[in-house]
Design a protein around this ligand. Sequence first.
Ligand SMILES: NC(=O)c1ccc[n+]([C@@H]2O[C@H](COP(=O)([O-])OP(=O)(O)OC[C@H]3O[C@@H](n4cnc5c(N)ncnc54)[C@H](OP(=O)(O)O)[C@@H]3O)[C@@H](O)[C@H]2O)c1
Length: 243
Amino acid sequence: MGDGNQAHWLAGRVAVVTGASRGIGAATAEALAAAGARVVLAARDGSALDAVAGRIADAGGQARTVPTDVSKPAEVDRLVIEAERSGPLAALVCAAAVLTPALFAETTPEIWAETLAVNLTGAFLCCRAAFAAMRRAGEGRIITIASLSGVYATEKFPGLAAYNVSKYGVIGLTEALAVEGKEHGISAICISPGAVDTQMLRRANPSLRPGLTPGDVAAVILALLDSPLTPASGANIPLFSNA
Ligand SMILES: NC(=O)c1ccc[n+]([C@@H]2O[C@H](COP(=O)([O-])OP(=O)(O)OC[C@H]3O[C@@H](n4cnc5c(N)ncnc54)[C@H](OP(=O)(O)O)[C@@H]3O)[C@@H](O)[C@H]2O)c1
C-alpha cells in the first residue's frame, strides 16, 4: 500500500484536502503529495496551513494553501476555483470538522448549529463545488470522513449528540453523491475511523486510548484514491484499531 514505487493514480493530479492544517487532514495532504498529487490545502488557520505546505515542499512535494472556512459557501467556491487554476480537480478529501463536547441537555442551539454547519453543511458545500468541477473534468474521486460515532450499532459516548448526528449525515451525503456521480465518472467513499491520536480526540475524550494514528488513516485514504472505486462508490468503511 503506497510504497512510493508504484504508479499512483494521483501522480500529477490536483487534490483538495480540507482540515489540512493539522491531524488527519495534514497527514493525508502529506501522503497525497508524496504520491505525486498537486495538493491544495484548506482550513481556517493560514499559518498552520503554510507550515504543512512547507513540510510538503521540503519533502519534494507540491502544495498550495487556500485559507477557507468550509461552512461559508463563497469561501468554498473560491477554494475550488483556486484549485482548478492548478489543473482539473481530480480528488477531494473532506477532513474538516469540529467537536464541542456537551451533554445532550446542555447542547445549546449554537453548539448544534456550528457542529452541523462545519461537519455536515461544510462537507456538502465542498462536495457540491468539487462535484461541479469533477463533472467538467469528466472524472473525480471523493473521500468523506465520518466516524464510528456516526455508524449504527457501534458504541456511543456521552457528550457527542451534535457531532454524532453530523457524522450520520456525512454517511448519507456520501451515498447521495455516489448515486448522482456514477454517470459522470465521480465516485465517493466514506471512511469512519475509531479513535485517532489528534487534537480533536485529546480535547473530546482524553481518557480514550487512540488505536489509530493520523498516518494510518492517511494511508487508507491514499489507497482508496489510488483505486477505481466505482463498484464500491457510496460505501462507508469503518476503521478499527491498528494495535
Ligand atoms: N480524531 C479522531 O478520533 C477521529 C475519529 C473519527 C473521525 N474523525 C474525523 O476525522 C476528521 C479530522 O479530524 P482530526 O481528528 O484530524 O481533528 P483536528 O486535529 O481537530 O483537525 C480538524 C481540522 O478541521 C479544520 N477545521 C475545523 N473547522 C473548520 C472550518 N470551519 N473550516 C475549515 N476547516 C476547519 C481544522 O483547521 P482550522 O482550525 O485551521 O480551521 C483542522 O485542520 C474530522 O472529520 C473528524 O471528525 C476523527
